[in-house]
Write a protein that binds this ligand. Structure first.
Ligand SMILES: [Zn+2]
Length: 273
């Protein structure tokens, strides 16, 4: 299953990796009753977030945005490879994979259960700051969470190490340029893709609970490694996207995940494309 959107000359396809179960306990700085009301969560706070992925073709390249969770997290995830195949995009036809950041629901799907590359011909495009943080050696000062994620990320990236392109601001590859939006992870990146007004922004996990964080962009989540920094990145990016009227492709906004922002009060409204 995929849905197709036209952004200028670019045909953007949205694919689902599945549904991630979480809870509003992860919301920081908003009382539970309000968070539950905004998300429509039940009293126990359970929320089901979509995991959206995107694909486009340009100049002979086939570019996938994030790689899903594989079979590593919840049984409701790991649907991306099957959904790509069903739409005629076998894994070996993917030439580039853009990573918004290297967390499990975005990168564990790079490899199969044996640790082999699921996308044998794909080059990985990732911000240097994100790649370098997760591939660095531990020095003993890091949290258990970081140690575990680093260990997992070595599994995810090892088969790709000879085809990782560590990118920086201003660089453009297959029409994609990284814009650092750190906080959720040290090198979390929003990717600007396309040209001029016919561009869209793949914003990764700039927003997790879109029913909360679009209208209340000052609200952070416990998933953020640095919630304060994540908040500042979100405010800056949402402002830019709304100012320029750009389409946004969000990893966890309501599936299929493409839409536009408009301002309302101190926050924004998300309108699906
Ligand atoms: Zn995520």
């Amino acid at each position: 299953m995929s849905q197709v959107f036209q952004i200028g000359e670019l045909e953007l396809k949205a694919f689902s990796d599945g549904i991630l179960k979480t809870t509003t306990d992860f919301v920081l700085g908003m009382e539970a009753a309000k968070a539950n009301a905004l998300t429509g969560a039940s009293d126990d706070g359970a929320v089901f977030l979509p995991v959206n992925n995107f694909l486009f073709q340009k100049d002979g390249a086939t570019v996938l945005i994030d790689a899903g969770a594989g079979d590593t997290m919840q049984a409701t995830l790991g649907r991306l490879p099957g959904n790509l195949r069903a739409a005629g995009h076998a894994p070996e036809t993917i030439t580039h994979i853009i990573l918004t950041h290297i967390h499990s629901d975005h990168a564990n799907g790079l490899v199969d259960a044996s640790g082999a590359a699921l996308y044998p011909k794909a080059e990985i495009l990732v911000h240097a700051q994100e790649f370098d943080f997760w591939m660095a050696d531990n020095d003993g000062s890091e949290s258990e969470k970081i140690r575990r994620q680093r260990a997992r990320n070595r599994i995810n990236l090892t088969p790709y190490l000879d085809r990782v392109r560590r990118m920086r601001e201003g660089e453009v590859v297959v029409g994609c340029t990284p814009m650092l939006a750190p906080g959720h992870s040290p090198g979390h990146t929003c990717w600007r893709i396309g040209t001029g007004r016919n561009a869209f922004v793949a914003w990764g996990d700039l927003v997790h609970f879109s029913d909360i964080q679009v209208s209340h962009p000052d609200v952070a989540v416990k998933y953020d490694l640095d919630p304060d920094l994540a908040r500042r990145s979100r405010l800056r990016m949402l402002d830019m996207v709304a100012n320029e009227g750009l389409a946004v492709a969000g990893a966890h906004v309501a599936a299929p995940g493409l839409g536009y922002l408009s301002r309302k009060g101190t926050g924004y409204i998300y309108d699906p494309a």
